[in-house]
Design a protein around this ligand. Structure first.
Ligand code: NDP
Length: 259
């Protein structure tokens, strides 16, 4: 299977750091013209800029005007827009009893409203072209609840249902809409890599493949989903979590208890 995005334009929100940055670099390596959207460039946490050739466009995904301007800028620069990856997201933690309502709201503003606004902005362009791919970052947290993750989990579950509805609405225009569920990738969002070893080990024990996920594990899936090879997949939530959903207590297999 040959994946080559020559001539195609891919827009990635939250492209300045973390998984989004890896997606930007990967789609560019697969010959796409890439526009990275983020709150600021260079990313305040990542430090250095993106490679030459990437269009960096400042955009707050929670602000309808900022989103409209960013998509207008993409079309002005490239003349088309084939793939939208709604990657920008924030993690909000806190038990329901203690969580500040403002933080609940920010989780839904970035993780849900942001996906809605960017999708809404690209729909007319994709409809006019008669094709398109919208790919939304969900999470295993959309399916598996965690203590202190009501806001994050509920917002990601909303992304999954949004994805299904939009897939139905855009099917007649040959536009596919899918969501993906990564597992645990150490990034600034979660600080997994900085946790004490015992805590890291406990988390890894929940994975059948028992290693931290790499941004490229997500990039592999997204290149497939954005390609012609995935033309008949829509409205799906694709698990790319290393086996978070596979079985309870997967560590038993590593302890030799499975035989
Ligand atoms: P990071 O926190 O490393 O990166 C998130 C990016 O989104 C940052 O560049 C951030 O910008 C940007 N962003 C935040 N708010 C906005 C906004 N309002 N407008 C535009 N951009 C914004 O996160 P990850 O790379 O870890 O996560 C990427 C996506 O993957 C998220 O949707 C997350 O929920 C999902 N995910 C991640 C998992 C993981 O293990 N890491 C697991 C499951 C899902 P800035 O730097 O300026 O804040």
């Amino acid at each position: 299977m040959l994946i080559d995005f020559t001539g195609q334009v891919v827009v990635i929100s939250g492209g300045g750091r973390g998984i989004g940055r890896a997606l930007v670099e990967r789609f560019a390596a697969e010959n796409a013209q890439v526009a990275a959207l983020d709150l600021a460039f260079p990313d305040p946490l990542h430090g250095d800029g993106l490679p030459d050739g990437i269009a960096t466009i400042t955009c707050d995904v929670t602000d309808a005007e900022s989103v409209r301007a960013a998509i207008k800028d993409v079309v002005k620069r490239f003349g088309r827009l084939d793939v939208l990856v709604n990657n920008a997201g924030i993690n909000v933690e806190g038990t329901v009893e203690t969580l500040d309502p403002a933080r609940w709201k920010s989780a839904f503003d970035v993780n849900v409203l942001g996906v809605f606004l960017l999708s809404q902005a690209v729909i007319p362009i994709m409809k006019a072209a008669g094709h398109g791919r919208i790919i939304n970052a969900a999470s295993f947290a959309a399916i598996i609840p965690s203590i202190g993750a009501a806001a994050y989990g509920a917002s990601k579950a909303a992304v999954v249902q949004f994805t299904r509805v939009l897939a139905g609405e855009l099917g007649p225009w040959n536009i596919t809409v899918n969501a993906y569920a990564p597992g645990m990738i150490p990034t600034a969002m979660n600080g997994f890599a900085e946790m004490p070893e015992a805590a890291q080990s406990r988390l890894l024990d929940t994975l059948s493949l028992r290693r931290w996920e790499k941004p490229d594990d997500v990039a592999d899936l997204l290149c497939f989903l954005a390609s012609d090879a995935a033309g008949y997949i829509t409205g799906a939530l694709i698990d790319v979590s290393g086996g978070k959903f596979a079985t309870q207590i997967p560590s038993r297999a590593y302890e030799g208890l499975a035989g």
